[in-house]
Design a protein around this ligand. Structure first.
Ligand SMILES: NC(=O)c1ccc[n+]([C@@H]2O[C@H](COP(=O)([O-])OP(=O)(O)OC[C@H]3O[C@@H](n4cnc5c(N)ncnc54)[C@H](OP(=O)(O)O)[C@@H]3O)[C@@H](O)[C@H]2O)c1
Length: 349
């Protein structure tokens, strides 16, 4: 049974590791969280920690110019790891050993060995650990999952999902420098991939499904060698197929389209959904009806606040895994992303 939000008694006190882009977005969303509050930050520099703290209302004594400083702060219960992907593993292991619960940005890790070590450390220290797929915690995603499970479009047949944007090339930037985990598959390919896994699982009454087959193609950036666009076709158990694509040098329509034996669902804003808690819509086509039905979801907080609250609910219940992002799913996500990378010619080893 999923523990209810009301089980969390006192708010979870968050520390954020990094002062980068998504660290600020998460800090802003925490203001809308029901079960958490922002308490501290850890950066590589004092100056950055203090300026982040001033911006987001963190007390100066909880603004740390080192990871070690944040982890030694006894007023912090949980940390949100928002560094580039190759730094996730070391920060997560150190935080778990320091007794903190950990929400770690996607992609969770750079290898399966890293995933196993991170999950094993959480097990040993009995801490909550979650890969930060915020969209999984949003009511829109739960609505879609329930519609598929309930047969709203009949039997699930096919999924099309894309997350692709155009970023300026910067050889030293984390999107392009492979030493920083550069490449679209690791940065955003996991969104369409994990969404397809979620839907294929929902169709057979499971939290996720592993693909039986995956075939990827891609184009590498001529200077950095990072994947700049990539696509893959997949087949899941139950005769479900998927087409997924991602990229860092081409804007696409970032949508999820789900086709079944009796209709289809289009999700215009599937991933970075209602960042500020604004309403969102699904387009539900039913075979035999001329007009689609618009399904409106009205959230009461931003998507990262839902994520923080799903995490806090699990932590308060003493659960190591958060139901929206089970550990086996995380391992499968990383395995599939690395295989997709391998197929397009990118190797981070
Ligand atoms: N869930 C989402 O919606 C979402 C969105 C964007 C990104 N992400 C994920 O979040 C992570 C961070 O992405 P971001 O866009 O926030 O990156 P970013 O803006 O480049 O920030 C990364 C931060 O990590 C810290 N850092 C530690 N070691 C570093 C190193 N060697 N090089 C550069 N920075 C280092 C830096 O903060 P300090 O200087 O304070 O140490 C830096 O500001 C990535 O894994 C990404 O995939 C998730």
């Amino acid at each position: 049974m999923t523990p209810s939000e009301s089980e969390a008694s006192s708010p979870l006190r968050w520390g954020i590791i990094s002062t980068g882009h998504i660290a600020g977005v998460f800090a802003g969303n925490l203001a809308g969280s029901r079960q958490g509050r922002l308490m501290g930050v850890g950066s590589r520099s004092d100056a950055s920690a203090h300026s982040f703290a001033a911006k987001w209302g963190i007390g100066r004594e909880h603004a740390h110019g080192s990871l070690a400083g944040l982890l030694a702060d006894e007023h912090i219960d949980a940390v949100y790891v928002a560094t580039p992907h190759p730094m996730h593993h070391d920060a997560v292991i150190a935080a778990l050993r320091a007794g903190k619960h950990v929400l770690c940005e996607k992609p969770f890790a750079m290898s399966l060995a890293e995933v196993d070590a991170m999950q094993q450390t959480a097990r040993e220290h009995r801490r909550t650990l979650m890969e930060a797929w915020m969209y999984r915690c949003h009511p829109q995603t739960e609505r879609v999952r329930a519609m598929i499970a309930d047969g709203a479009i009949g039997r699930l047949r096919h999924v099309q999902a894309t997350f692709s944007f155009h970023a300026q090339f910067d050889p030293a930037g984390r999107l392009w420098d492979r030493r920083l985990g550069g490449g679209g598959i690791l940065d955003v390919g996991g969104y369409p991939l994990s969404y397809a896994r979620l839907l294929a699982g929902a169709a057979v009454g499971q939290p996720f499904a592993e693909p039986e087959v995956m075939q990827g193609v891609g184009v590498l950036h001529p200077e950095s060698g990072a994947d700049a666009q990539a696509s893959a076709v997949l087949r899941f158990p139950g005769d479900v197929t998927a087409e997924i694509s991602c990229g860092t040098w081409v804007n696409q329509q970032n949508r999820v389209r789900i086709y079944g034996s009796k209709g289809s669902i289009e999700i215009p804003s599937p991933y970075v959904v209602s960042r500020e808690g604004d309403p969102t819509e699904l387009v539900w086509h039913r075979d035999g009806r001329e007009e689609p039905e618009m399904v409106t979801i009205t959230p009461d907080r931003g998507v990262y606040a839902y994520e923080a609250d799903a995490f806090a609910t699990a932590a308060a219940a003493g659960a190591m895994e958060v139901p929206q992002c089970p550990w086996a799913d995380t391992r499968g996500n990383v395995a599939a992303q690395l295989e997709w990378c391998r197929q397009v010619g990118v190797d981070y080893a």
